[in-house]
Ligand binder design. Structure first.
Ligand code: AMP
Ligand code: ZN
Length: 138
């Protein structure tokens, strides 16, 4: 399924030009226009899925191996020492384009300093209750 007013559907299917680094029959991987670091790329499925929870099984099975392949290429071709795989689901989680996509963000010795949080302190009782709440919804 494609969505008429979705910019990533148009980019993924080649109707809007992009700096493409990988393409097959299911995915296009492009350079992000607002990069967090040099080489920041986005994996876009050609079909429209809102987010991770909407994804079909075949796409879900293929997307992480593709992320690994492109991450390896980043490590070989750029001077990056590692990379983050980031994927936002929902406005509150930072999703701004509601067509599922995976960010691949190369990380260099000098930064950028990102994709981090200050660890909180877990309350054992709260962990138990929260764990139970999620388990019961599975
Ligand atoms: P998210 O916040 O996870 O929804 O990420 C959306 C990402 O898409 C951001 O990193 C934007 O910089 C990027 N982006 C938005 N429009 C375009 C575009 N036309 N071409 C490439 N990247 C884009
Ligand atoms: Zn779309």
């Amino acid at each position: 399924m494609r969505k008429d007013d979705c910019i990533f559907c148009k980019i993924a299917n080649g109707e809007i030009p992009s700096e493409t680094i990988y393409e097959d029959d299911m995915f296009r991987t492009i350079m992000d226009l607002g990069p967090a670091s040099k080489g920041h790329a986005l994996i876009l499925p050609k079909q429209h899925y809102r987010d991770l929870c909407d994804l079909d099984r075949e796409t879900a099975e293929k997307v992480l191996p593709l992320a690994a392949k492109i991450g390896e290429a980043m490590k070989k071709s750029l001077d990056c020492k590692g990379f983050n795989v980031v994927q936002n689901n929902g406005k509150e989680a930072g999703q701004t384009v509601f067509h599922y996509h995976v960010h691949l963000i190369p990380r260099y010795e000098d930064g950028p300093d990102m994709v981090s949080w200050a660890p909180g302190k877990a309350d054992p009782e709260e962990l138990k209750q929260t764990g139970a709440a999620i388990r019961s919804a599975l």
